[in-house]
Design a protein around this ligand. Sequence first.
Ligand code: DQA
Length: 153
Amino acid sequence: MKKILVIHGPNLNLLGEREPGVYGNDSYESINNEIIEHAIKYQFHCDVFQSNHEGEIIDQLHLARKKYDGVVLNAGAYTHYSYAIRDAIAAIRIPVIEVHLSNIHSRDEFRHTSVIAPVCAGQISGFGKFSYLMGVDALNYIWNSGESGEDND
Ligand code: DQA
């Protein structure tokens, strides 16, 4: 059984009450339940982690390299400037799928840049909570297509 870890970055614990016009009305808890249900369809074991702190996200990525087969990561605003998270992703060999609820390319200029995109297996952006589900789909795709997802340097 494949084990996957979903990592939510800063402010995503407030989903449902945070800027609902941008991020939707579904609560953080209900979105996580939907992700886990979706992962079960593929018979993936799925754990969820959230932190508002850069170093804790890096620690989880390091732990994930031994405990999980793949990661779905919404790094929140760290996406746009955290070279430390970028380096952590590059350091591990399991595939990391970058996801965003909103379409970062259609928003503020500073959101158009993802410093983590070059080291992720791919990016899914703009489909609300479905971006996370598609992140799970992407891991399934990688494993079924024989892509290693490791070619991220
Ligand atoms: C986000 C987009 C980021 O620009 C923002 O800082 C977030 C959420 C998204 O899921 O759309 O916190 O990653």
